[in-house]
Design a protein around this ligand. Structure first.
Ligand SMILES: Nc1ncnc2c1ncn2[C@@H]1O[C@H](COP(=O)(O)OP(=O)(O)O)[C@@H](O)[C@H]1O
Ligand SMILES: [Mg+2]
Length: 262
């Protein structure tokens, strides 16, 4: 007799995010059909799927922008199915958008400082009790670390709007990461990046997971990037989970082979 039955793997570590039978319908279009999966703390998971597979809809549902037609979501042990994006953000979710832009007239460094200020952690009180100088030094140090992680130190004084798209995407990532999220949702993070930038991004994702124990869910067209960066892959097709597992398992799945590598 083994004790495996008493300690099934799924109950050892509580999932950070649990999706249960999520469906989304737009009139006659079934954008997501009965999608269920979990994210464990510290995992990096990639969602792949052709255009129209439901990837963006899935991100909208997870981040609280769109309520599911059916199903439930829990985050950090709480049912958030009816909670909006602001509440989920306060609970530690951050999302990057494929098209969003930073403040173009601000320097890279100031863009990141603004994101940090937006959290307003203890700032008002610190100002009142005269700790402002020390708080500023701590903030600048924090920003310097983030700039370094995302390869942005050399461009920190440049207005973000004057930078190439690849660097702008790194600024957006840095702005999300400085919020110290427990779950980071990245929508097509490699789009617009050149090879070197994609490598910096891959290292930054590994770093965010290791240093901050942050869970990362990314949606990507770049299947080789997903296979190289993620612990697990979820393949969507026409709103349903076609396959999920390690990159090796998903790559070997016959349905996925037909859809992607056939
Ligand atoms: N706001 C919407 N209204 C109607 N149909 C939508 C809407 N958003 C997405 N869809 C449809 O839902 C399906 C999934 O879309 P989407 O989530 O954008 O897929 P992906 O991001 O994988 O390309 C598609 O058939 C798309 O046309
Ligand atoms: Mg999309």
């Amino acid at each position: 007799m083994t004790d495996v039955a008493y300690a099934p793997r799924a109950t050892v570590a509580q999932a950070l995010l649990e999706l249960r039978s999520i469906s989304v319908r737009f009139g006659g279009v079934h954008a997501l059909k009965d999608v269920s999966f979990d994210l464990a703390p510290g995992e990096v998971v990639g969602v792949i799927g052709p255009n129209g597979a439901g990837k963006t809809t899935l991100f909208d549902v997870i981040s609280g922008v769109r309520p599911p037609t059916d199903g439930s979501i829990s985050f950090a042990g709480r049912d958030v199915t009816g909670a909006g994006a602001v509440k989920r953000s306060r609970m530690g979710m951050r999302r990057t958008f494929q098209r969003s832009q930073p403040f173009g007239w601000l320097s890279v460094e100031d863009n990141i400082l603004v994101a940090l200020e937006a959290q307003g952690r203890g700032r008002f009180l610190a100002d009142l009790v005269g700790l402002k100088g020390r708080q500023d030094a701590v903030r600048r140090e924090h920003v310097a670390q983030i700039l370094d992680r995302f390869g942005l130190t050399a461009t920190k004084d440049v207005a973000a709007g004057r930078l190439p798209i690849g660097t702008i995407r790194m600024v957006e990532l840095a702005r999300a990461v400085i919020g110290q999220p427990s779950l980071l949702l990245l929508d097509e993070p490699t789009s617009g990046l050149d090879h070197t930038e994609a490598e910096i991004l891959a290292r930054a994702i590994a770093d965010v997971r290791e240093q901050d124990n942050c869970t990362v869910l990314l949606v990507e067209h770049d299947v080789p990037f997903v296979m190289a960066t993620c612990d697990r892959v979820v393949a969507l097709n026409l709103g349903s989970v076609l396959a999920s597992g390690t990159p090796t398992e998903v790559r070997a799945n016959p349905a996925v082979r037909d859809a992607y590598f056939g």
